[in-house]
Ligand binder design. Structure first.
Ligand SMILES: C[S@@+](CC[C@H](N)C(=O)[O-])C[C@H]1O[C@@H](n2cnc3c(N)ncnc32)[C@H](O)[C@@H]1O
Length: 241
């Protein structure tokens, strides 16, 4: 990715406070991004933005994207953040004129350091503006901190449950009850070692349970091979070569 070291937030604020900002709107309309309305609709569709949710728009400009989400996706609440005072002021006026003040609010701040309370939003929105932000890693951290933790966990468990036949908890119950296909699934899992967030924890738990499960002689041999490999790995970590 290319960075222009001598261009920063002050330059962006100056552009969007003056004629150039107005020119962008003249060319592109209130939604100052490539593709306009259709692009926002496509993005909302792909991101699964649902009615009744709440979101944060980082670099919201005059808030056209938030008014789009409220009007066309029936989003319940939007919180916009932008660093250019003229744009925030314009956004507040337009939002009031369109009757959305109870659903759309603005904060004047750097998108990397919004000062908003953490974990309150269902989603974070941004269109054609994050390219301006110099510290992208900080921006992403800030965006991530805005999203509701339980929402992330719910998505996570939805995916994990799809990986374990009948769901994560059920597989453990079935292994404990001696169910042959659950035992076989557990063995394959520990052999294949799928890699995802917390997968090592799931694998360790499965190994512990398989040690106490009723296995065929072939399955016992396969588990022993896994345990031997684990032992070798542990020894290598302890040995200086
Ligand atoms: C192209 S406009 C955004 C367009 C808007 N997302 C839309 O779709 O209509 C760029 C906006 O990003 C804002 N911006 C750029 N860097 C920012 C930063 N670090 N923090 C907050 N706002 C920033 C500017 O003030 C400007 O209003």
């Amino acid at each position: 990715m290319k960075n222009l070291a001598d261009v920063g937030l002050a330059d962006v604020q100056s552009v969007y406070s003056g004629r150039e900002g107005q020119l962008w709107e003249l060319v592109m309309g209130q939604q100052i991004h490539v593709g306009g309305f259709q692009s926002s609709m496509d993005l909302a569709e792909r991101a699964g933005i649902a009615a009744g949710t709440s979101g944060v728009d980082l670099c919201c400009c005059s808030g056209a994207g938030m008014r789009f989400l409220v009007r066309f996706r029936n989003v319940a609440q939007m919180q916009g953040v932008d660093a250019t005072p003229a744009m925030v002021e314009l956004g507040r006026q337009r939002t009031e004129a369109e009757g959305f003040t109870d659903r759309i609010a603005f904060t004047l701040a750097d998108a990397c350091d919004t000062g908003l309370p953490a974990a309150t939003a269902d989603f974070v929105w941004g269109e054609d503006a994050w390219c301006y932000v110099v510290d992208k890693a900080k921006l992403i951290r800030e965006a991530h901190s805005q999203i509701h933790g339980s929402k992330f966990l719910a998505e996570y468990w939805k995916l994990v449950d799809r990986l374990f036949p009948g769901g994560y908890a059920r597989v453990f119950e079935q292994i404990q009850a001696g169910d042959g296909s659950a035992v076989e699934f557990g063995l394959v899992f520990v052999e294949v070692q799928p890699y995802y967030f917390r997968s090592q924890y799931h694998r360790t738990r499965l190994i512990r349970m398989l040690k106490h499960a009723r296995l065929s002689s072939l399955q016992a041999e396969r588990l022993k091979r896994v345990l031997d490999l684990e032992h070798d790995k542990k020894m290598k970590r302890k040995t200086y070569v």
